[in-house]
Design a protein around this ligand. Structure first.
Ligand code: HEM
Length: 412
């Protein structure tokens, strides 16, 4: 069944056949417009692929911490007909989709490394890394920003934290961008073998890195992780490998998209870019507003073993639930003029939907925010005369979103 916005609002309903069912096609042009057209009358909509979207900010915040909702396990790959291989295993053995004690065991070895206080110590190094990248192309007066900055900074930082050789960055980032095609409902059938091969390559890479540390321990994160994991005996070999794969994926693609979007949005609103260049104290607000306006992770996945009531609508047990940050962050109940990009908003931006909530809240949030702030600070200080030549396109309305090219120029 497909319905139009404005169909009669639902009373308390208990079967998903009563929800509007949205098609992939309805999201192809302007996903924000599609979410907007349903949000007023429908707290929840269904998607033809089989999941449900929660659209309003208050519901998303509440449900992301609701103990009745768990992580999705392998439901997502199964929904798309993927039942084995590296793509499937990433869901089977990774922390993102695990529940309860299994999740705790998989996440615990990384909590201290990525804690906000530890990450704050890296701030000066991250700023230096950003300045170093800018230095490489500053004299040219033009740059393709995605490849030469936004892709490189997060990859450099996660490599240094984990202890991966910087020379491996071009290879593993390519695999990450192919692998993350699968972390979205927009995945096309032809993407699946590409994402499978890329995930397998990332698994092989993590294995090579861990085998290397096992033979020859070093003074780096991977060696310490391996020693601690071996001693605790709580993780199987595949679990160890997939946590490293998830850190490489999480630490690379999401922040890349966010860096691209914040620079693009500010340059499309020249007076706001100029304001940031004049006053660096505006940077945290600019980062938050960019994440609100175009979150790089469009939604987080949840599942419930029981029926869940949302504003009078019941999501039946066993359905995949997408808590839609893209919709929630433009909820007109919370943000005035939500479709206006405005770094001077007086209502503080509620970033929970963007980084998730509860036990799965993004482990790299503190790191990501520092990377976003320092990359913007370095650019605004070095090239205030920056101009947008070609704006990037951002695509996707679930999972990790995708960006293409972005060309910048400036007077030298
Ligand atoms: C702007 C950048 C980022 C955004 C928008 C983002 C967003 C998210 C979201 C929405 C989740 C799921 C939370 C949930 O299900 O409730 C998540 C989880 C995760 N993120 Fe991030 N993330 C970002 C950067 C990073 C970075 C830099 C790392 C690297 C350390 C990272 C690693 C992870 C991991 C490993 C998880 C799984 C956590 C768990 O299940 O316990 N992310 N992230």
């Amino acid at each position: 069944m497909q319905t139009r916005p404005g169909d009669a609002p639902t009373a308390l309903i208990s079967a998903d056949r009563d929800l509007p069912v949205l098609t992939e096609e309805q999201f192809s042009d302007d996903p924000h417009a599609t979410f907007r057209s349903y949000r007023a009358d429908h707290p929840v909509v269904a998607h033809e692929a089989g999941s449900c979207f929660v659209l309003r900010l208050g519901d998303i915040e509440r449900l992301s911490k609701d103990p009745r909702l768990g992580a999705t396990g392998t439901a997502f790959p199964k929904m798309l007909g993927v039942v084995d291989g590296a793509l499937f295993e990433n869901f089977e053995y990774g922390m993102l989709t695990a529940n309860g004690d299994v999740h705790r065991r998989r996440r615990a070895p990384f909590s201290r490394t990525f804690a906000a206080r530890t990450m704050a110590e890296l701030r000066p190094l991250i700023r230096q890394a950003a300045e170093g990248l800018i230095e490489e192309w500053h004299a040219a007066g033009r740059v393709e920003f995605v490849e030469h900055f936004a892709s490189r900074l997060p990859a450099l930082v996660i490599s240094d934290i984990l202890g991966l050789p910087r020379a491996d960055i071009p290879t593993f980032t390519r695999h990450v961008y192919d692998a993350t095609r699968f972390i979205s409902l927009s995945v096309r059938p032809e993407d699946i073998p590409v994402a499978e091969e890329a995930t397998r390559q990332l698994l092989e890479y993590a294995k090579t890195m861990l085998d290397d540390r096992r033979r020859q321990p070093r003074d780096d994160f991977l060696s310490r992780f391996l020693a601690a994991a071996d001693e605790a005996g709580e993780l199987s070999p595949l679990e160890m490998l997939y946590q490293i794969v998830q850190l490489i994926i999480g630490g690379t693609d999401t922040t890349r998209v966010a860096i691209v979007m914040q620079v693009s949005l500010l340059l499309q609103h020249q007076e706001q870019w100029d304001a940031v260049c004049r006053d660096a104290a505006l940077i945290p607000a600019a980062v938050a507003e960019s994440l609100r306006y175009e979150p790089s992770v469009a939604s987080t996945g949840r599942m419930s073993a029981e029926d869940i009531e949302v504003d009078g609508v019941v999501i039946p047990a066993g359905r995949l639930i997408a808590l839609s940050a893209m919709s929630g962050m433009r909820d007109e109940r919370v943000y005035a003029d939500p479709d206006v990009f405005d770094i001077h908003r007086t209502v503080p931006t509620r970033l929970h939907p963007v980084f998730g909530g509860g036990a799965h809240r993004c482990i790299g949030e503190a790191l990501a925010r520092i990377e976003l702030e320092e990359s913007l600070g370095a650019l605004a200080a070095a090239i205030p005369q920056l101009r947008l030549e070609v704006a990037p396109t951002i695509r996707g309305y679930t999972g990790i979103r995708r960006v293409d090219h972005m060309h910048l120029s400036w007077r030298v």
